[in-house]
Structure formats: C-alpha cells, structure tokens
Design a protein around this ligand. Sequence first.
Ligand code: KIV
Length: 268
Amino acid sequence: MRSWTPQKLRELKGKRAFATVTCYDATSATLIEALEPGLIPLVLVGDSLGMTMQGHNSPLPVTLDEMIYHTRCVARVLRSPMVIADLPFGAYQVSDDEGFRNALRLIKEGDADGVKLEGGERCVPLIRRLVEAGIPVCGHLGLTPQSCLAMGGFKVQGREAEAAKRLIEEAKLLASAGCFCLVVEGVPAALGTAITKAVSIPVIGIGAGAQTDGQILVWQDLLGLNIGHVPKFARTFATLGQTIQDALRAYAGEVAARTFPAEAESYQ
Ligand code: KIV
C-alpha cells in the first residue's frame, strides 16, 4: 500500500490546498517520488496520455491495455503518492459489468490505487458498485474530454445558471455515491468554488479557479514540454522543452567537432 490513501486526502479538505499532477512514465515518477513526502499526494495516469504521449488530438483512441501499461510504469516507482488511473473512453460506456471488469484490471494489472471516470448521474450505479467492491473512485465533471465530440471540442462548461446548477447537483450525487474525490475541469472559477463548498470530498480543479481543494496540471503543460498550444488555464512552471533543445544542439555540436566523447569518456 502507498502512504497516501483516500482517507488521508480527505483530511486535507479545508486544511491546505494541495497540488497533483499527471504522470505517464517511470522516469517522471522517480522525480515525483524523490520529492518531500506529501508535496504531491496524488498522481493521475490520465488518458490525456493520448495527446501527450501518443500524439493524438483527443483521448478517445486510448485503449485500456495502453492505460494499464502506463499505469504499471508509474506504479512500479511510486510508494508515497496514490496512483489513480483513468478508465479510458469505451471502457465503461458499453455496460456497468464491463466497466467493473475494466476497473478491476487497472487495479490488478496496473497496480492503481483507484480509478477515475468521467460523467455525472449516469455513472452513479457503476461508482456505487466499484466503491462497494473496495475500489476508490475519483469522479470527473465539467469539461470532460472523453465527451469532446458531443461538446463540440474542449469547451468551458457550466457558464449558464441552469448548467451550473446541474453540475453542483451532479457533484453532490457523485459524492453520495461514494467518490473519494472529484476532478472539476474547465468551469468558471465561481462554479469551481461553489462545487468545492457543496461537497465534503476534496475537489481537484483544472481550469476551475484557485479555490478548489487541490489543483492538477498535465505534466507536459506544467514543465513547458509542449511546443505549440498550451491551454489558458495551464501555467508553465519551467521551460524544459527549451532546455532539452539546447542540450540536443550542444550534443550535436560536440559530435560534429569530435569533442564528444572525450578521452575520459572513452575506453582505453
Ligand atoms: O486525463 C487527464 O490527464 C485528466 C486530467 C487533466 C484531469 O483527466
């Protein structure tokens, strides 16, 4: 068992705002694991890996086997933060039985500590079943990327009063179904605050303002590893893409000048 549990995360609500990140590979997980304990209490192996790792323009093509593979890479390294894995598009839409079996695979084969799924009321029966079986579930409301076709893209949700009210009700439904936390994405900041106040479970925001219990950022956005579009809500805390390109230029230059490898880097 990892040090961070749903119970410990819950205790943070109202005490301190916490940061969480996505992660898809063992190298990055090693960097997270070596941080001060508790700095990042939860890591999400998100189906955003369809974009960040696979080069798709949505998470829709990501398969359950791919999620299990990436979850295992991350879970193999992490001992402290809890590892939550996304049920990808198609893994829980056909039937609750299939969703249940697929969630079990993320736990048993991926070594995840819990699963995340997108949607409100329609997910409640599956969430109840998973929770009864002892699987921690994180809900996801607002801009739900797996619905990008229906939403007409990655669009901010809950701008109108009726839609905002509906999202607050759905957050309450998910909390009473047993979700241990909730990701709220792409909603006006005031709605992010209202949802956070409406439920007793931690709300992790992304593009939902500064008053949610925690925040989550996609690894590549946070570290400046993306060349091109960065969403309005993401802040780039480093420019690693630039650093990597500088290193590649320096390496290519030394190879061309035959100054790499040096004698100390060669076998005699
Ligand atoms: O897939 C993902 O990475 C996510 C986060 C952005 C919340 O769902």
